[in-house]
Design a protein around this ligand. Structure first.
Ligand SMILES: *[C@@H]1O[C@H](CO)[C@@H](O)[C@H](O)[C@H]1NC(C)=O
Length: 491
């Protein structure tokens, strides 16, 4: 899938699996699409020794965490900027372009990027079986970041001892940026946290509601047309002949069995997620993806009577999406998806994509499962919560169930609660059409934190390199970030 994910949770969500059974995340940042020239600059890739378990002194095992460094903009006495890796592999692209690089140029900063444990090439354990995954927690990831900052500063005392660190992130890594400033205020001077969900819920039904509202604001008929298509599919899936018709219209990889509830949910999920991604990442500077649909072209198709009934229009939309994403068919077999997610080797497809690891994080800490369980909604009553919690148990074992998830989510909200009133020098950026924004902090109440809502902004849109066609409110938001960074770096 080439849709660009803001790094973060954005949407996770998982969903749509590609034909290989890989699991698509609704979260994440993707690539900034930098000019080829910029990429040829010298970026050093290095490795940093970390403990497997920061919280058990008796466990002295270590592993190598990947990081990247760019000294091009650094001037003696300047600050250190750290871009936090999220639930995907770190890439050179973000070391040479993106808004944070533009801020680094303005502030003469040294730039680092640290890959998140268990993603990309940062492998704390031999494999990712359930017992090894116990070290994949937010606490451990924050401790990796704290240790990294502390060690780099101390090992280069003569010139970095007083350098101020500023951390950046978007989506899930934006949450890490804010939490890192909260947990390790002595190490982190300031944080820029883009589109970060800071609250965990078990059932994040607001996600598709937000997608629906964005579409409604654009054109209510577009919503009713998608709704009608969803309802028609729901009805068709009541009979075997109807299912055959759906098979054909949506090029399912396997014939849909009308008695298999999970297969049907998976299909609905795989149809809903790409639509949500179009809305989530609408117009956010991912010029690479010109061929992909935007909100406008999606709705144009959904209203085009020449394409046939709403169901046929919806089928045409998905046909186009499959061809953009190089998918031969729409994956609809739950068991295939689960077996693919159960593979524990670093070489397996779902591990390379980060899907297994991300699923583990949301099953054990983050939650925020994107459901649709109301027949009046855009995607109808088609994606229940127990589909997801069942997936947690099926992939990781019986103890990863709904009850455990409720306890975990409560814990996370307790651990990371005090950003609103206590933590200073954080800039929160939100896009007004970002379906994740209702989990973010829109009104920090400390005098030294700032929240910027970018009107019409999508998930993580401020992270990308600035461009002459950017809407003025986006340009203004980036200027505001630069202003506060300069101000805070003098403090
Ligand atoms: C997981 O893998 C480790 C090797 O890294 C092995 O020692 C352990 O027994 C495995 N655990 C399970 C439950 O398979």
């Amino acid at each position: 899938m080439n849709l660009i994910y803001c790094v973060l949770w954005c949407c996770i969500w998982f969903g749509a699996s590609a034909d290989k059974g890989s699991f698509m995340k609704l979260v994440g940042v993707g690539k900034p699409n930098s000019p080829a020239m910029a990429r040829s600059m010298v970026i050093e890739t290095k490795w940093f020794k970390q403990k497997v378990d920061h919280f058990n002194p008796a466990d002295i095992r270590t592993w190598k965490q990947r990081y990247q460094m760019n000294l091009k903009y650094y001037k003696h006495g300047g600050p250190i900027f750290l871009n936090i890796g999220g639930e995907e592999e770190i890439t050179h692209d973000w070391m040479t372009s993106g808004a944070w690089i533009e801020y680094a140029q303005k502030c003469n900063a040294m730039c680092f990027q640290l890959e998140h444990r268990y993603f990309g090439r940062s492998h704390p354990t031999d494999n990712l079986n359930t017992s090894n995954l116990m070290y994949l927690t937010i606490e451990q990831a924050l401790a990796d970041l704290g240790t990294f900052i502390n060690t780099i500063s101390n090992d280069n005392k003569q010139f970095l001892l007083n350098a101020k660190w500023v951390v950046f992130g978007g989506s899930y890594s934006g949450s890490l940026a804010a939490w890192l400033r909260m947990k390790y205020p002595q190490l982190v001077h300031a944080a820029v946290s883009s589109s970060s969900p800071l609250m965990a819920k078990v059932d994040y039904k607001d996600y598709y509601m937000a997608i629906q509202n964005t579409l409604l604001n654009y054109n209510p008929k577009c919503v009713s047309s998608i709704k009608e298509a969803t309802l028609t599919i729901t009805d068709l899936l009541k009979t075997d002949n109807g299912a055959k018709y759906v098979d054909e219209k949506f090029s399912t990889c396997n014939h849909i069995s009308i008695t298999n509830k999970k297969d049907k949910t998976l299909l609905f999920n795989n149809l809903a997620v790409p639509i949500a991604l179009i809305v989530q990442y609408n117009n956010d500077n991912k010029y690479v993806e010109k061929s992909s649909l935007s909100l406008v072209t999606l709705c144009d198709m959904m209203l085009d009577k020449l394409l046939g009934s709403p169901l046929e229009r919806y089928a045409a939309v998905h046909k186009q999406l499959r061809s953009v994403n190089n998918q031969k068919c729409t994956s609809n077999t739950y068991q295939h998806a689960i077996s693919a997610l159960k593979k524990t080797s670093w070489n397996s497809e779902n591990v390379k994509l980060g899907s297994r690891q991300w699923l583990y994080l949301i099953c054990t800490e983050i939650g925020n499962f994107i459901t649709s369980n109301n027949h009046k909604h855009l995607f109808g009553n088609t994606i229940p919560l127990d589909y997801y919690t069942g997936m947690c148990s099926d992939v990781f074992g019986k103890s990863f169930n709904t009850k455990a998830l409720h306890i975990a989510v409560k814990k996370i909200n307790m651990f990371y609660h005090d950003l609103k009133k206590k933590t200073s020098r954080i800039i929160y950026l939100h896009g007004s059409i970002d379906a994740w924004s209702s989990l973010g902090l829109i009104q920090p109440q400390t005098k030294d934190s700032v929240s910027i809502v970018i009107k019409g902004g999508a998930h993580c849109s401020d992270l990308y390199p600035s461009h002459s066609s950017d809407p003025p409110q986006l340009t203004k938001a980036r200027k505001t970030v630069a202003f506060y960074l300069k101000k805070w770096l003098l403090e």
